[in-house]
Design a protein around this ligand. Structure first.
Ligand SMILES: *Cc1c(COP(=O)(O)O)cnc(C)c1O
Length: 428
């Protein structure tokens, strides 16, 4: 009991009943938290080692402008990413506007008309449906004559190896794997089972390019998919690896050949990686990467805390309160729109920024139903910061992630429960 702390929670609108309920759950999670701290320690060392080997220096933090020729900071940052992810090369740029863009870039640059893209982890993330052309869209891969096929995960959430073997044909060029669940209530794939399926795919045809959508997965485990032979591993810098400091950006790490293809698509044939001014963001990219392992561990603590609270209250939570974690996302199924809405209101009201606004469900570009999003973030849409979102469609699940500090994640989750209690949706 810490009276000062409890009084502060009370001043923030948390009732004693809600606080006591949550505190009791937190006390039982100390072993889990220790496991996250150990992974963070390892990943922190991994990042520092990469920065030392690349001889990062403050000269690398200066801004380039115009064409951005000879931007030493940018090139060193890419060297650091390649070391951290254990790959030959990396493309890490503010010109990559978001995760969807990074994935679209990885795909469009490595596929040619007549090639087939095969997803082996079922339906890809919503925004990729338009990139691929699963939903008709201007400029999709489909418009450029790239066909698409898909193998769903098995009912237990594992890869359907037999199905994958059957689906690979002479046109198949690139295999896509999505690590995180996205907006589907399936389990997240571990880097280890992704590694196992990459080996299986390469045995069928070593020429196939394997791309992993690593969004939300970075630094959750000791290893990344790139440690197990993924030709491209892709993600967003306003998620895990940006550490909350990167104001924009995406990354692709992988083989020299794949990264080169991506660079010529990002800028122009003949230009590639040689251009692309960094306009002063490089320091935040380095510093964000440096902080990312501990930021991710705080987010993981928040996710497990939320899982245990809502599991105890009888809701379906994915992952459940005790299973291993391979991304920072926590899904909670409320079974009714009001649950999703009240949860999001609680997250919003606990934010350091925009705590006074009320989130509402809305149509969003790239999504096929209304979506509610709660984010009181320093960086617009940053989902390594405490945020929650949910499409307003069955099973009315909210997807919750982030928190730059564990204490903020904790307040947000406690406040979400307070809102649900106040609205009469939950009884303690
Ligand atoms: C967030 C996410 C994306 C897209 O990233 P944006 O930065 O929102 O465009 C793609 N795939 C997965 C699994 C994601 O979680």
């Amino acid at each position: 009991m810490n009276e000062l702390k409890d009084k502060m929670y009370s001043e923030l609108g948390i009732s004693k009943e809600v606080l006591d309920f949550c505190t009791e759950i937190e006390e039982k999670l100390q072993d889990r938290f220790k496991e996250f701290d150990e992974k963070a320690e390892y990943n922190q060392l991994k990042v520092i080692k990469a920065m030392q080997e690349a001889r990062v220096s403050d000269v690398h933090f200066s801004a380039s402008s115009g064409y951005g020729y000879n931007d030493l900071g940018r090139d060193t940052l890419e060297e650091v990413y390649a070391k951290v992810f254990n790959t030959e090369a990396a493309l890490v740029r503010p010109q990559i506007t978001c995760g969807t863009h990074a994935l679209a870039l990885a795909l469009a640059s490595n596929l040619r008309p007549g090639d087939e893209l095969l997803s082996v982890s079922g339906k890809p993330y919503d925004t990729l449906e338009e990139v691929i052309g699963i939903r008709p869209s201007v400029g999709s891969l489909k418009e450029f004559g790239v066909t698409y096929s898909q193998v769903d995960l098995l009912p237990d959430g594992s890869f359907d190896k037999e199905g994958i073997k059957k689906a690979i044909n002479s046109k198949t060029k690139l295999i896509a794997i999505q690590r995180s669940k996205g907006y589907l209530p399936r389990r997240t794939l571990s880097p280890y089972e992704i590694g196992d399926v990459i080996k299986f795919i390469k045995e069928i045809n070593p020429e196939l390019i394997v791309m992993v959508d690593n969004c939300y997965g970075e630094f959750v485990e000791y290893d990344e998919p790139s440690d197990f032979g993924a030709d491209m591993t892709v993600g967003s810098l306003i998620k895990n690896p940006g550490g909350g400091l990167a104001p924009i950006g995406g990354y692709i790490v992988g083989t020299k050949e794949c990264i080169e293809q991506a660079s010529y698509r990002l800028t122009a044939p003949g230009l590639g990686r040689e251009v692309g001014a960094t306009l002063g963001v490089t320091q935040s990219f380095f510093q964000g990467l440096f902080l990312a392992p501990t930021v991710v561990s705080g987010a993981l603590k928040g996710a497990v805390f939320a899982a245990n609270i809502y599991e105890k209250l009888g809701f379906k939570v994915v992952p459940d309160g005790s299973e291993p974690r391979y991304d920072i996302i926590q899904a909670i199924e409320f079974g009714r729109p009001e649950g999703v809405i009240e949860f999001c209101k609680g997250i919003q009201a606990a934010a350091p920024v925009d705590s006074f606004v009320t989130p509402e469900p809305w149509a969003m570009p790239g999504y096929d139903s209304d979506v509610i999003m709660a984010a009181g973030a320093f960086i617009q849409g940053s989902s390594i910061e405490l945020s929650a979102d949910g499409p307003i469609k069955p099973p009315y699940a909210v997807y919750f992630q982030g928190g730059l500090t564990w204490y903020h994640a904790k307040l947000g989750i406690i406040n979400s429960l307070q809102k649900l209690v106040d609205a009469g949706i939950v009884k303690l």
